[in-house]
Design a protein around this ligand. Structure first.
Ligand SMILES: [Fe+2]
Length: 312
């Protein structure tokens, strides 16, 4: 006798789970069974109505349509729902002493220029306060790592990334820096500012409808990598920012908060680079742990996303 076709919600859930139970790949099986279980129980818990279900389809469709090589609405959803940070915490458990990671965010772009130590990523930003960010890249024993690459990106002092600024073509506020024999790096930029995440799409509507603000505390993004070490995707944050306690994407970690010190008189490094006071300096050392396994990195994922966006 075939199974009866009169079904309750729980019968459907059980049948769907059973249909995925033979998935050959054990990890995919675990993910699909967990997804179905939680998705169904969510729908049942909130008694999701058909109009609400349609609304969800509409929102996801709109999010997909907004994605391009310059805009990633799904990453914004993941970030603002806190999922990115939960994934980060699960997958990036560092031993004590390694620099902590945080969200990758939607604004990284491939192809940042390689710049020498002290190279200026803010060449077009005349309004921001000149800032030198420097320090060392070290291993867990405190030994300098020579030739580490720091992929840096930041919002302009108008609060926009290059990809959001209609007056710009091409890349701005991005660069790749390499450490010297002492593990030192030096980035010339402008003071980072706090900025609202893009709110002209479904993520913005979600934030408004739920009474949340879209602001992120001032920060600079880094992916730091070196041969033989696990790359770290992280930010450094300005200690004085008013949004440190309520970051729209939950990305602040205490160890990533940094002092941006104001100078009213020149220093050797500033004079050498032709920077007149007032300017700021920030010192931050990155510590990398040795590679344990070669896995896909966040930049590999970014390359795949960029290919999707470019094809769209
Ligand atoms: Fe950012």
């Amino acid at each position: 006798m075939p199974a009866p076709r009169n079904k309750t919600e729980d019968d459907i859930t059980a049948e769907v789970l059973q249909r995925f139970a033979e998935t050959p790949d054990p990890r995919l099986r675990q993910i699909m069974l967990g997804l179905v279980k939680h998705l169904h129980s969510f729908v049942k818990e909130v008694d999701l109505t058909e109009p609400e279900w349609f609304k969800a389809i509409e929102i996801l469709t709109e999010a997909g349509r907004m994605c391009s090589d310059k805009r990633q609405e799904f990453i914004l959803f993941s970030d603002t729902l806190g999922v990115s940070m939960v994934v980060d915490l699960i997958s990036q458990r560092k031993p004590d002493g390694a620099t902590e990671s945080t969200v990758f965010g939607p604004f990284h772009r491939l192809g940042a220029p390689e710049l020498p130590a002290g190279g200026n990523i803010a060449t077009l930003d005349k309004a921001g306060t000149p800032t030198l960010v420097g320090g060392r890249v070290l291993d867990l024993d405190g030994k300098p790592i020579e030739g580490a690459v720091l992929d840096v990106w930041q919002a302009q002092s108008n609060g926009l990334y290059d990809s959001q600024d209609q007056s710009l073509r091409g890349l701005h506020m991005r660069g790749k820096f390499r450490t010297d024999a002492e593990g030192r790096y030096l980035v010339r930029t402008v003071r980072p500012v706090n900025y609202p995440i893009p709110s002209d799409g479904p993520v913005g509507r979600m934030l408004r409808a739920t009474g949340r603000h879209p602001w992120r505390p001032a920060h600079i993004h880094f992916v730091v990598s070196a041969e033989g070490y696990e790359p770290v995707t992280t930010h450094i944050f300005d200690r004085t920012d008013e949004y440190l306690g309520s970051d729209a994407v939950f990305a602040v970690k205490d160890s990533l908060i940094c002092d941006f010190v104001r100078h009213e008189t020149s220093t050797d490094a500033a004079a050498r680079l032709g920077i007149a006071p007032p300017f700021l300096t920030a010192d931050f050392d990155f510590r990398l742990k040795p590679t344990i396994e070669q896995g896909a990195t966040v930049l590999d994922a970014q390359r795949r996303l960029a290919a999707l966006g470019a094809a769209g």
